[in-house]
Design a protein around this ligand. Structure first.
Ligand code: SF4
Length: 470
């Protein structure tokens, strides 16, 4: 998906930029990049972070880089930041975006005889296209507004200029941006977990479509926020770092509430007898703790994640190898598994193949029963708004495969979206059978939305119910 960090300071800000950007490392696996502005001009570095942590990749650079303002990015797709010399002045740019209408935008640009350089693996750099849209404006603010309005998908961005740092949040707020402050410095981040250890405190979340300009003295609002918010609900369920908050709502707290809601459903049904609760590390942990606390059943770690040699998520191209890497990280503790009735909380079931292997490992270690409680409803649609790479095809989703198995001709998915309908139960039972689970009960959409705590119409829940504003 990607994450960004920007800072403007009365002193040198390279340390803040380095650590602030590094705290977004969980959001991308392809490129890391920073650009600083100093008296001599702009200083930029970009590195691949496919097999090296951001921190190791940039350790040497920060020794010789300096500046009073800077922006950084962890990118899941294109190399960034870009540096542009334009009629609006020079600027560095980073984006968290997905452009669904790339083709028409490129046609429009080519008709104006604008060209773009190709990326190493071919194709146009999406951030370059966003720069082109900005450069259509007669001012930076007009250009930024043009870019936010023209991109179908999502687009949040930071611009480092000679007159301050411009920050713009996606027009529907699909991805977050939060303003931070400390003595002599202002910052903006996708993830608020970037702030505490570099001594920033949260000022406030930016609103959807809002544009601000930060300087070391403060910030000014250049475009007020729009009314409509469609922040991705998955930030709380899976993407987000547990120590982060969006719209003032902390991720770990939401995960605890999700787990507690699953426990309440089970307790009301009275059909789940278990010995211990666990979370599939890492994103299932908060959900599991919430479940255990609510059900008053011990929380244990029957799997321990081995992080020492897998510090950076090594991400091979092939899905089979990615699953293998994920599996190799989890080491079972036989003493906690043998003869036990275990309940696992998981953030979500995407394709289900990796979870299936994990469950097999539990049975191999002597588990008596394995129950799974995903913290969100069955995933039915792929994401059209973010560079969400967990799967690209809807038919690869575990729930969609199950529907295809029980009703190969089924075109209408609506009965499968209603957790009270027999078809929904049939679909869930098919997923359960394939995974060899003792029981499987998904979170309901209502409980997930209540756990987040925003009104449903302020959240994007398109993955689950196809209901979203475009
Ligand atoms: S479709 Fe899903 S992943 Fe994409 S923004 Fe909406 S909730 Fe998030």
């Amino acid at each position: 998906m990607g994450g960004m960090f920007g800072v403007v300071s009365t002193g040198d800000c390279v340390t803040e930029l380095f650590y602030g950007t590094d705290y977004h490392s969980h959001l991308g696996t392809e490129y890391g990049g920073i650009i600083l502005r100093n008296r001599e001009g702009f200083d930029r570095e970009i590195h691949s972070i496919r097999s090296t942590q951001f921190r190791s990749a940039f350790e040497e650079d920060i020794g010789h880089m300096h500046g009073n303002s800077g922006i950084g990015v962890i990118s899941d797709y294109e190399p960034q930041p870009l540096f542009q010399e334009t009629h609006l002045g020079r600027y560095g740019i980073v984006t968290v975006s997905r452009i669904n209408n790339l083709e028409p935008l490129l046609r429009q640009a080519f008709n104006q005889r604008v060209h773009f350089s190709s990326m190493g693996h071919g194709g146009v750099n999406p951030t370059d296209v966003i720069s082109y849209l900005i450069n259509q404006g007669s001012t930076l603010v007009e250009g930024i507004q043009n870019a936010l309005a023209a991109v179908q998908g999502s687009c949040s961005l930071l611009l480092l200029t000679d007159s301050g740092l411009y920050a713009a949040r996606d027009r529907l707020g699909r991805t977050p941006l939060v303003i931070g402050r400390k003595e002599g410095a202002y910052a903006v981040a996708t993830e608020t977990c970037a702030f505490p250890n570099i001594d920033f405190e949260i000022v406030r979340d930016m609103g959807p479509g809002e544009v601000i300009r930060l300087t070391e003295e403060g910030y000014e609002q250049l475009v007020p926020p729009g009314q409509e918010l469609q922040i991705c609900a998955f930030h709380w369920i899976y993407y987000g770092f547990p120590a982060s908050s969006y719209e003032g709502i902390n991720v770990e707290v939401v995960r605890n509430r999700c787990g507690a809601a699953c426990a309440r459903r089970d307790m009301a049904a009275g059909d789940t007898q278990i010995d211990l609760v666990a979370g599939i590390p890492d994103s299932g942990t908060g959900h599991g703790i919430g479940y255990a606390e609510q059900a008053r059943i011990p929380y244990r770690r029957p799997f321990i994640k081995y992080n020492a040699t897998w510090a950076r998520s090594f991400m091979p191209e092939e899905q089979r190898l990615r699953d293998l890497v994920a599996e190799m990280k989890l080491i079972p503790v036989r003493e906690l598994i043998q003869g036990q009735r275990l309940l696992f909380c998981e953030d979500s079931i995407v394709r289900g193949t990796q979870l299936q292997d994990t469950i097999q490992m539990l049975y191999d270690c002597g588990a008596r029963e394995v129950h799974v409680r995903p913290a969100c409803p069955p995933l039915m649609y792929v994401c059209p708004f973010l560079n969400y790479s967990r799967t690209k095809t809807a038919m690869a989703l575990a729930a969609r495969k199950a529907i295809h198995e029980v009703a190969p001709e089924e075109a209408d998915l609506s009965p499968y979206l209603d957790s009270a309908s027999p078809r929904y139960q049939e679909m869930v039972d098919r997923v359960r059978q394939r995974m060899r689970l003792t029981s499987l009960r998904y979170q309901t959409l209502e409980d997930m939305v209540a756990a987040i705590g925003l009104p449903k119409e302020r959240l994007c829940t398109h993955c689950w119910d196809h209901s979203s504003h475009f």
